[in-house]
Design a protein around this ligand. Structure first.
Ligand SMILES: Cc1cc2nc3c(=O)[nH]c(=O)nc-3n(C[C@H](O)[C@H](O)[C@H](O)COP(=O)(O)OP(=O)(O)OC[C@H]3O[C@@H](n4cnc5c(N)ncnc54)[C@H](O)[C@@H]3O)c2cc1C
Length: 340
């Protein structure tokens, strides 16, 4: 395995920004991953595990450590009892190719997550979600390398690995874990998840007969193509911020002031509120641009590098947005994107 030095990172993330990595390597197996971890331990360096770079904002400076690019590959499906399918994929596999494989085989469960860039490992770490589904809904096990004792372990979903756009892997308890493989439970016969308004409207407008899994994937891909900028032209990491969660009292006062604000209950008397709506309707930031970076017209949460923006430009705009939201309605918002 080769450890390269001073590798530019701008070609390795979808914001297309960032400085360089002092050290960089690509790992294709667990043994190579172990070698990479030994390298950082021996040299007392920090490390960063990179999947597809579709949810990471690298600073413009040098990352003074090792960037480990995950390219572990391999997928396999096994049929279990009652039409259950166990689909396993290595962390470096493309997320959307996995969804395509599942849909192509008529396995139900992850079709609403079609078209999300990145790797299978990244999808588990970020607990990706879209159109009423989350990766964590279908994951039953995650295989990890625990860098504290260099053992490969299997974490069961009963260990409460996931929450909204979050997982144990982003918290202190999971800081020593590198995801190497993910196991999904899918179904041979299932029901389409049509809870999300955009999806229902898509089919209502098209006068469809019986809707198949493939139709649903096509619908999601078409809807998404209008919401996100074209990655061949622009830089983005999808939604920069999470939708904030507020308690009942706050929710009620907000509702009184802004009766149209989209909200939904998330249990425990808490409510999630649409940040996109807040940015457009309360903060007046629709289509706001500062230099080469701005909020995407069709989806304000999507900060976009329209060409030539630095990581600093993006971070500054994100900070300004967070300040504005705090000033206007008193809510602290959290980034979904990992800032490195
Ligand atoms: C156009 C666009 C649309 C998007 N739409 C959505 C969407 O609808 N819903 C959504 O939830 N997200 C969305 N995203 C965000 C992004 O695609 C997901 O978060 C994705 O899962 C990130 O995967 P990645 O492999 O690119 O991770 P990276 O960006 O490489 O890494 C993200 C984080 O995960 C960690 N990580 C990655 N792999 C591993 C591993 N194997 N082990 C341990 N840690 C690891 C990294 O260290 C980092 O902290 C979108 C992004 C873009 C650019």
């Amino acid at each position: 395995m080769i450890f390269r030095e001073n590798v530019p990172l701008s070609g390795l993330n979808t914001f297309k920004t960032g400085g360089s990595a002092k050290f960089f390597c690509i790992v294709g197996t667990v043994d190579e991953l172990k070698n990479a971890v030994c390298f950082v331990t021996e040299n007392k360096l920090p490390f960063f595990v990179l999947g597809g770079g579709s949810n990471a904002l690298f600073s413009d400076r040098v990352f003074e450590g090792l960037v480990i690019k995950m390219e572990m590959m391999g997928r396999g499906a096994v049929e279990k009892e009652n039409g259950t399918i166990h689909l396993s994929a290595a962390a470096g596999e493309s997320w959307d190719k996995l969804v395509s494989l599942a849909v192509g085989n008529n396995f139900y469960g992850i079709e609403n997550l079609s078209g999300i860039p990145g790797t299978v490992g990244g999808a588990a770490v970020q607990n990706i979600g879209a159109y009423g589904a989350e990766a964590g809904d279908s994951i039953i096990e995650v295989e990890i390398l625990d860098v504290s004792d260099m053992k490969v372990k299997t974490l069961n979903v009963k260990e409460r690995l996931f929450s909204y756009r979050d997982s144990i892997f982003k918290k202190l308890e999971g800081k020593n874990y590198i995801v190497t493989r993910v196991l999904f439970r899918l179904k041979k016969e299932g029901e389409l998840n049509m809870k999300y308004k955009d999806i229902r409207e898509y089919f209502e407008n098209k006068n469809f007969g019986e809707i198949t899994l493939k139709d649903l994937r096509s619908a999601v891909l078409e809807i998404r193509s209008k919401k996100f900028p074209n990655l061949n032209k622009f830089g983005t990491a999808g939604s920069f911020f999470k939708n904030p969660t507020v308690n009942k009292n706050f929710y009620e006062s907000l509702r009184e002031k802004y009766p149209q604000i989209p909200t939904y209950p998330v249990g425990g008397e808490n409510f999630r509120i649409s940040l996109a709506w807040i940015l457009d309707n309360i903060c007046g930031l629709k289509g706001f641009k500062k230099g080469a970076v701005g909020l995407y017209e069709n989806q304000p949460l999507v900060l976009t590098n329209f060409g030539g923006a630095s990581a600093n430009d993006i971070k500054n705009l994100a900070d300004e947005i967070a300040r504005t939201v705090k000033e206007k309605i008193g809510i602290e918002i959290d980034p979904e994107v990992v800032c490195v």
